[in-house]
Ligand binder design. Structure first.
Ligand code: NAP
Length: 272
């Protein structure tokens, strides 16, 4: 029997972001959110809000019908071993296992917990913390629309969601999971340069961040593709041309593409 309870195993950065989003949106009753983390203090702020702390991963799995596995990929074998007997005791229709781990595949989950179980993989990102996240999701073919909608709505509390195929799940990490890091790198380099030139760091950060937001809006809403938008910025013989020329000469495009490939490759290595 389904009871509508959501369980979280591993309350680190990402689980905290997802639970925070759920609590702020009020989409699920706070008393339906269960969790377990080895260091209990990480659950405190959520239990103070009315979420339920469990004493083990097995307990979360026993009590909840949607179980989010939010530990590092390296910890997955241990967590899967611990919860497998509890998953096995449930009816296949009564539990959906959601993994947010980079690289951990449906095959890995099925091998550990059973091929007849229902699985969702999600790739969220840290802006979920502010309700501005992006999450790519995929499901095994036996996950009915109702169960998937429930999982999706947990992530939708914290930003946009998109469903993709499992085959694209490792590549999407470079698109939205890891990509905040290279945007922050760009912000750091730009603001460090501004500081060297005597521009107040706060002023530079405000200008750069608004430029990222405005550029994102242009990409989404202007009807123009990235190349057309680059062309709009680039006056013939002007400053942007000089900037882009150095990036081209110094192999920026090739470096970015190699970094995306490394990201996808690492996810493949993290598969169990
Ligand atoms: N961070 C991101 O930007 C991001 C984005 C997309 C996906 N992900 C994926 O999200 C997952 C979690 O990443 P994260 O950044 O949230 O990591 P994190 O902050 O290190 O959180 C992992 C949590 O797992 C807990 N944990 C460790 N061993 C456990 C066990 N045996 N049983 C239950 N919980 C255990 C840790 O608890 P203690 O600290 O108390 O040991 C920690 O709170 C990873 O698989 C990662 O691939 C991360």
């Amino acid at each position: 029997m389904k009871n509508g309870k959501l369980g979280f195993i591993g309350i680190g950065n990402m689980a905290s972001a997802i639970i925070g989003g759920i609590l702020s949106s009020g989409t699920f009753p706070v008393g339906d959110i269960y969790m377990y983390n080895p260091h209990a203090e990480k659950m405190q702020r959520f239990t103070e809000s009315g979420c339920v702390a469990c004493t083990s991963a097995e307990e979360v799995t026993e009590l909840c019908d949607t179980v989010f596995l939010c530990v590092k990929p390296q910890i997955f074998p241990e967590v899967l071993r611990v919860i497998a007997p509890t998953v096995a005791k449930k009816n296949a229709d009564d539990v959906v296992i959601v993994s947010i781990a980079a690289g951990v595949t449906f095959k890995n989950l099925q091998d550990a917990l059973g091929a007849d179980r229902r699985y969702v993989r999600a790739m969220p990102n840290t802006p979920l913390l502010l309700g501005e996240g992006a999450t790519a999701l995929c499901r095994t073919s036996n996950v009915p629309e109702e169960d998937f909608a429930r999982v999706r709505s947990a992530f939708s509390c914290c930003g946009v969601t998109q469903e993709i195929d499992e085959a694209q799940m490792n590549a999407v990490i470079a698109v939205s999971g890891s990509s905040p890091a290279y945007l922050y790198l760009l912000a750091k380099l730009t603001c460090d340069y501004a500081a060297q030139q005597g521009i107040d760091p706060k002023t530079a950060l405000t200008l750069f961040c608004q430029t990222m937001k405005g550029s994102a809006d242009m990409l989404l809403n202007s009807g123009k593709d990235p190349q057309a938008l680059m062309d709009m910025v680039t006056s013939k013989g002007g400053t942007t041309f000089a900037l882009l020329n150095v990036l081209k000469e110094q192999g920026f495009n090739e470096a970015m593409i190699s970094s995306f490939e490394a990201c996808t490759h690492r996810a493949e290595e993290l598969s169990m």
